[in-house]
Write a protein that binds this ligand. Structure first.
Ligand SMILES: Cc1ncc(COP(=O)(O)O)c(C=O)c1O
Length: 395
């Protein structure tokens, strides 16, 4: 193993083993675990989408590459969706279909940053964003959010974090792991900083449809003057339970898309064509499934909050306004690290949750719980946590 070190790039070698994957590995060694650790939607892709994919296969439409940026008819359907749901004016030439939002984000980061450049990330943040920045040999700079105000972005802190090396701001809203939804005003505040310092804005809008309590998702690219510096990344993964199909898309100016395309080709050439036909069916078909998923998550969020209230002396939490994740703070055992608590919960209570340390410097002291599961699993996990914390004398 010593020898392997010499063969591994510093760029990759320096990336620590993710606490999320460590927990996933450990969870797989146990049976009958109540999982709240998967931020991937439970259930199946709607049948009309599956059928369209099967038809595309039977019609022999999927055996060759598609054009690099994706099937034209899919990009045309995306144009319509962007106008209808995001108020973004785009043309097919301003879109690349990608292997999920993840590949789009990686290609976007590659297209924007040079080695040594700094990228501002709100903390806590989605850990893959940090790795995307590191893979581009750039430097992640974490800007703490204001937890007591629902993990709101601290615009003054963002402004103070800018240096001559800052190249971009990268964030997701609705947010994984915190469930915060940045308001239009907050997003415009970030955009103002980007305008002042000529920064790119890379948005991850994976949870665009999952907002609650009147919070509204807002896309910065809907403002024409901001479009020139904004790269918006979307996905079918969350909206239509299409995790395994690996299909999403990036929207940016035509000039920027030309650059992102150069990074997209060596990563994938094109998105699997069968998945592109499935995505086309998703956009063209009835959209009731999206409303149903949103209602289901709202119901599960309410249940999770209610069950968390019962563990009140153990955790405090911000009620998530979006996504299907929440990020309670551990308020017993001061200084207890999140990884050891999560291991204890797994081995002693058979509950799988994710240690907050995986989500940036201000993530420690928290755990991430996802409610994209079912009421039975949530209740089972909380019953077990109740017993575990009662036995410790906290309840
Ligand atoms: C914020 C965020 N972005 C992107 C992804 C992954 O999206 P995709 O499957 O489209 O690559 C996830 C998955 O958990 C996520 O939480």
């Amino acid at each position: 193993m010593e020898k392997l070190g010499d063969l591994v790039s510093r760029r990759v070698g320096d990336i620590p083993v993710s606490a999320i994957h460590e927990m996933t590995r450990l969870s797989a060694t146990m049976s009958d675990v109540a999982f709240l650790s998967w931020a991937r939607p439970e259930g199946n892709t709607p049948e009309f989408i599956n059928e369209a994919a099967i038809k595309a296969i039977k019609d022999n439409k999927v055996s060759a590459y598609s054009p690099v940026p994706g099937l034209l008819e899919l990009r045309e359907a995306i144009v319509e969706k962007l106008k209808r749901d995001n108020n973004i004016d785009a043309t097919p030439a301003e879109i690349i279909v990608t292997n999920g939002a993840i590949e789009g984000l990686t290609a976007a980061v590659m297209a924007v940053v040079d080695p040594g450049d700094e990228v501002l990330l709100p903390s806590p943040n989605y850990s893959t964003h940090t790795i995307q920045v590191q893979l581009a040999s750039a430097v992640p700079v974490f800007v703490p959010t204001i937890e007591e105000e629902g993990f709101r972005p601290d615009l003054d802190a963002f402004r103070r974090a800018v240096t001559p090396k800052t190249k971009a701001i990268l964030f997701c809203s609705p947010c994984n792991p915190t469930g915060s939804v940045f308001s239009k005003e907050e997003l415009l505040g970030l955009a103002e900083i980007a305008e002042e310092h000529n920064l790119a804005i890379i948005t991850d809008e994976a949870y665009e449809y999952f907002t609650f309590d009147g919070a509204e998702h807002f896309s910065l690219a809907s403002i024409p003057e901001l479009k020139k510096r904004t790269i918006s990344c979307f996905t079918f993964t969350k909206t239509y339970v299409m995790t395994g199909w690996r299909v999403g898309y990036v929207v940016a100016t035509e000039e920027m898309i030309e650059q992102i395309r150069k990074a997209h080709i060596p990563m994938t050439i094109c998105t699997p064509v069968v998945s592109q036909y499935a995505a086309l069916a998703a956009l063209k078909g009835p959209q009731d499934c999206v409303t149903e998923f949103r209602e289901k998550y709202l119901h599960l969020r309410n249940l999770m909050c209610q069950r968390l209230d019962e563990l009140n002396p153990v955790f405090s939490y911000q009620r998530p306004k979006g996504s299907y994740n929440m990020f309670p703070k551990i308020i017993v055992e001061e200084g207890r690290d999140s990884l050891s608590l999560c291991k204890d919960l797994l081995f002693k209570a058979k509950v799988s949750v994710v240690p907050g340390v995986a989500f940036g410097p201000t993530g420690e002291g928290h755990i991430r719980m996802s409610f994209c599961t079912n009421a039975e699993d949530i209740n089972k996990a909380f019953d077990r946590m109740g017993e575990y914390f009662s036995a410790k004398g906290y309840l």
